[in-house]
Write a protein that binds this ligand. Sequence first.
Ligand code: ZN
Length: 359
Amino acid sequence: MKTERYLRQILFQPIGHEGQERLGKALAVVVGCGAIGSTAASLLARAGIGYLRVIDRDILEESNLQRQELFDEEDLKEGLPKALTAEKKLQRVNSTVRIEGINADLNPGNAEILLKDAQVILDCTDNFETRLLINDYALKSQTPWIYSACLGSQALLMNILPGKSLCLRCLINSIPFPGTLPTCETAGILAPAAKVIASLQVTEALKILTGHQEALISGLLDIDLWKGTFQIMDTQTVRSLTCPACQKGEYEFLNAKSFSLTTTLCGSNAVQITPGGSSARNGSKIDLSALSQRLQSLPDITDVSQSPYLLKFSCRDKSLGARDTMSLNWVIFPDGRALLFGTKDPTLARTLYSQYIGI
Ligand SMILES: [Zn+2]
């Protein structure tokens, strides 16, 4: 370990040499590399964590640049999946960290593989389905995880320590969850709110990884940057003694036989299609070159382009009422997952997926 590089952090007494050594051997997983996740991943890499796994399912869009600090205009031109761009950027920040950028949608078919060996999981996602999946995995594997969310100028954070604190299902089964209703498209996100909550989240992760659980924030932290308010809700009173996850050990999200195949992406006019769990589990890949050739021969398909990481093409929206000129834009990844831009209709997405991809 290079002491000089981390000197200011080592001089901070609660971390010291011992904490830095521990950090250098630790593995953290960041789920979601958006506004919160890209800042969190950057801070962890700079702090000198040993292993960092960053999981994200999206490709970069122009509207991401307002708040996602790992990405720039050059990355937008490259059009790679965010997880791969993040890996490249983070490796440039700190070449001594072992970084894995994983372009995948976390689901019950891959969660136990992708979250394996994490000493802490940072939830930087934007949806409760994935959070409840992380919650189940964390309880089953006794892994601490840190919930975070950001909407408008409000941001939330909560440490979840299996066996010690309440879990996410205790909370969302008992009280309406402030700031987390699916309105990100209308409320937007103030970038500094995401940065603040990412900084707090990484601070909590550093406490966990350097053996200072006694210093963790207890309860649900609720911040509003615009109003200038910081408050902590006591969550002990809402701990559920009948919680299926932490009290009964029923991991319904992790064990889901059929996780949703289509998801409308929050903040985008887009639908994600994930093929059934079996293909995700056995790691089978689509032959993108063969698919590309097949698509180019179809009359309704235009703008086919391919790289080792993804295949892009456009097709005409043939749904009822759609204008003739309107086209839908596809991105297909080697694991069969697809993003369809230009619609929020999951049925249309499934129909077109089976028509063009044929799985
Ligand atoms: Zn619970």
